[in-house]
Design a protein around this ligand. Structure first.
Ligand code: DON
Length: 320
């Protein structure tokens, strides 16, 4: 039995939060409604590759919006911040992830974590990689996870068939010249990237790759350059939890991203990737139990970026 303090904490959090049944499984993509609402997985991977996990850590689920910081990082790497910022801003919107709105004057989406911004980012990648775009995204996400990832075809089909709102957003962006003519093709890539299957352990590893300055802790592969990691973590810190981002920064204080299938990935810079999977969501589309588990982990281990002028971080370093 692993008696490491982090493993004991993860076991304890699992045992207590598995009983929390608040929230609803997302059903607006019909296929997501089939998830088992009771499942809960927690995984933590350190920047040097140690894993602590409990519960449904190996249950596959679709990555959904947690793909967004990664595609943003790819666009920044490919095109540089200057060019990307002509198409998408970096301001929290304070509105729902699927809001149909653009910034006044510039007509840009507020940020790359809301659907309009993420579709724009995928369109930028599509303008560069054409029909290879999805394979490119899949290979980069796979490198971050350290294993070959696959797509859930049923979720992709479900999302494509019912994604009228995203289609409306893509056409609004086309109207304002924020995406190129192949908006429909880019949208298709967006639906596919949201349908990539990951486990909690994968997401924690992907987070650890970011914590480890873009280098996968196990394979040693350099997946993202430093500028991309900085951009990804900054945007996750300010916009990663949608209209809960301010509250999250206040209570948990680390960059994070949630997805409507119930995944949540958080990054403790230079130290940890954290992931939870629990499909019951709150009204904003964030995993209900995921938030509680992260709030408690942050408080137990002093993870908040501004905790006691980082004595918390020293405590964690001593543990690791
Ligand atoms: O665009 C959508 O509706 C989904 N494919 C992704 C949204 C998502 O995960 C938002 N998360 N909270």
């Amino acid at each position: 039995m692993d008696t490491h303090e982090i493993q004991l904490a993860v076991d304890d959090l699992y045992a207590r939060y598995v009983a929390l049944t608040d929230g609803e499984v997302a059903t607006y993509i019909p296929e997501l409604g089939k998830a088992d609402p009771d499942e809960l997985g927690i995984a933590i991977v350190s920047a040097d590759g140690r894993t602590f996990a409990a519960g449904d850590r190996d249950r596959p689920f679709t990555i959904q919006s947690i793909s967004k910081p990664f595609t943003f990082g790819m666009a920044v790497e490919e095109l540089g911040h200057e060019r990307v910022s002509r198409h998408v801003g970096v301001e929290p919107s304070g509105d729902a992830f699927n809001a149909i709105e653009l910034q006044n004057h510039t007509n840009r989406p507020f940020n790359p974590m809301v659907n309009s911004g993420a579709i724009t980012v995928t369109a930028l990648l599509h303008a560069r990689y054409g029909e290879d775009t999805f394979d490119y995204i899949l290979s980069r996400l796979s490198a971050a996870a350290g294993r070959h990832l696959e797509i859930d075809e049923a979720v992709y089909e479900s999302e494509r068939r019912t994604g009228h709102r995203n289609r409306a957003i893509a056409h609004l962006l086309l109207n304002f010249g924020m995406v190129h003519d192949a908006a429909e093709a880019a949208l298709d890539v967006y639906f596919r990237q949201c349908s990539i299957l990951v486990t909690c352990r994968d997401l924690a590893t992907m987070g650890a790759t970011l914590a480890n300055m873009g280098r996968h802790p196990g394979t040693g592969e350099s997946v993202f350059n430093l500028a991309a990691v900085r951009s990804m973590l900054a945007i996750m810190f300010t916009c990663g939890m949608y209209d809960y981002s301010g509250e999250w920064a206040y209570r948990v204080g680390v960059p994070a991203k949630s997805g409507v299938a119930g995944g949540l990935m958080a990054v403790v810079n230079r130290q940890l990737g954290i992931a939870t999977y629990s499909p019951r969501l709150d009204a904003r589309g964030n995993s209900r139990r995921g938030i509680e588990v992260c709030v408690e982990l942050a408080s137990r281990f002093g993870l908040h970026t501004f905790d006691c002028f980082n004595e918390g971080s020293a405590y964690l370093s001593a543990l690791l």
